[in-house]
Design a protein around this ligand. Structure first.
Ligand SMILES: [Zn+2]
Length: 491
């Protein structure tokens, strides 16, 4: 206990990040995000900490590096944004050793303090042997429980499936027959012939998927679910990929194939042959999202420049933009790397700090609106709660009620209705501070600094918003800003 007191002293007034997690996939959950949050906030308040942010994630922690918010927390902690990470329980942090190790490493190497409120465990370097054992044991046990639950659940689904229970509709070529709980798939002769022919023709290797669709129709095999009676490409592909036609079926929930109690339409050999052709069929080329397409024009003719991917000798791929206007004299061509570099120089000249104060204040007001509203509502609730309590006491006194259980119940009801308002207000105030600081910080940057953190689509939107001219002569990018943005430009 003495040890914990020392540790608590170390983190007085520190900045912390709170991380809460539930998983809709795991069955062993019992503490809601809000309950976890309350536990963590109470701890933070006790140490008078500043809460940098609160993350609430819905995600399984069985596999490492699959939780976006957890990854974000790790990134922030690595960058020294906070000195303390607070979790309600050890298994809320992680159920897998790899993610857990990341936290431990931050504790040991970066001086992070990791707090697990419910276990009353505060980890600081050096981590003691008994603390490590506790951590390992709890992680191991919780991991085991989830895996065991999953196994039980899978076994249940499998047992049902083996008894012939199939919740979904059988594929084209079969019909459902029998009572609802004991349905079996029976062959529909006409549709089954269609399916069989499709497999046979495709296995010759003479047809692409769309040619096959037409050939089936030409040979008089009609697809009954389509008005044109020609099977759509995607439906044909799903038929050709479905092992159900060989008499097996796929139990999706456990990703296993079982012999079904329905009659096969095709042999397994035929199915395999078709799979081989499907695998070797040329795939659609990968779609690139070209940053500057529809934006960049040719300086000579004004035509839009088209993006293209080129592979160099070293195997690396490069994106180029070229003028495809056949009447253009220059046929300008430029690499994306050059454009990126030139753009950087342009955007660095736009100083967000030069945006007039009036505009900044308006933006800030909008950004903060929901937070200030929330805070105002909470503060109003606080006075409502106070009034409700006063009213209750007046009643009790007036009626001379002495039944303590009744009184406690009445007060508990009020508490239930309003919740822990002090904690909520504390969090709302801290959030307001954080957003305020973040927005102010953004205005100290150049447009380039914020631009870099956006995704391609946002980048495209911003470029078309700020630029007047966006063209190239093949050597460099020539860009001019719209007048509103020229005013906040500084070379
Ligand atoms: Zn041109």
């Amino acid at each position: 206990m003495n040890q914990n007191n020392n540790k608590l002293n170390n983190i007085k007034n520190a900045t912390c990040i709170i991380y809460c997690r539930v998983s809709s996939k795991e069955q062993t959950e019992n503490t809601s995000l809000n309950d976890q949050e309350i536990l963590c906030i109470n701890f933070a308040k006790k140490c008078n900490m500043n809460i940098e942010s609160i993350y609430k994630e819905d995600g399984s922690a069985m596999k490492p590096e699959t939780r976006p918010m957890f990854n974000e927390v790790i990134k922030k902690l690595k960058n020294g944004v906070a000195d303390v990470a607070i979790f309600a329980f050890i298994d809320r942090m992680s159920r897998n050793p790899i993610d857990a190790y990341k936290i431990l490493q931050l504790v040991q190497e970066e001086g992070l303090t990791a707090v697990f409120v419910q276990e009353n465990l505060i980890l600081q370097t050096p981590i003691r042997a008994h603390e490590m054992l506790m951590l390992d044991t709890i992680l191991g046990v919780s991991n085991y429980r989830v895996r065991q639950d999953n196994e039980k659940c899978k076994a249940g689904i499998l047992a049902k499936a083996l008894k012939g229970f199939r919740p979904c509709r059988p594929p084209y070529g079969y019909e459902n027959d029998g009572p609802r709980d004991k349905r079996t798939a029976v062959i529909n002769e006409k549709r089954a012939n269609f399916v069989k022919k499709a497999f046979e023709l495709y296995a010759t290797g003479n047809y692409t998927i769309s040619e096959l669709a037409n050939e089936l129709y030409r040979q008089g095999f009609m697809y009954e679910l389509q008005e044109s009676q020609i099977i759509p490409k995607q439906s044909l592909i799903s038929i050709l990929k479905n092992p159900f036609y060989t008499g097996k079926y796929h139990i999706k929930q456990v990703d296993e194939y079982k012999a079904g109690n329905h009659k096969p339409i095709i042999t397994e050999e035929l199915f395999e042959k078709v799979q081989n052709f499907l695998d070797s069929a040329p795939k659609a080329p990968r779609k690139y999202n070209f940053k500057y397409s529809k934006l960049l024009t040719c300086i000579t003719c004004g035509h839009c420049m088209t993006a293209d991917v080129k592979k160099k000798h070293n195997g690396k791929q490069y994106v180029y933009y070229r003028c495809t206007n056949p009447k253009c004299n220059d046929r300008v061509c430029i690499s994306e790397t050059i454009l990126d570099n030139d753009l950087k120089t342009y955007l660095k000249e736009i100083r967000l700090g030069l945006i007039p104060n009036k505009i900044v204040k308006n933006v800030l007001k909008n950004e903060l609106y929901s937070h200030t509203q929330k805070l105002a509502i909470l503060k109003r609730s606080k006075s409502h709660k106070y009034n409700a309590e006063r009213q209750a006491w007046e009643d009790i006194t007036r009626k001379n009620i002495t039944d303590e259980q009744y009184i406690r119940g009445k007060l508990a009801n009020i508490n239930e209705k309003y919740g822990d308002l002090d904690s909520k207000i504390y969090v709302a105030e801290k959030q307001l501070e954080t957003v305020n600081a973040k927005v102010s910080e953004a205005f100290e940057n150049s447009l380039y600094d914020v631009f870099e953190s956006f995704d391609t689509i946002t980048k495209q939107k911003i470029l078309s918003l700020v630029s007047n001219v966006f063209k190239s002569d093949g050597n460099r990018l020539k860009m001019t800003f719209k007048s509103a943005f020229r005013k906040i430009r500084k070379r």
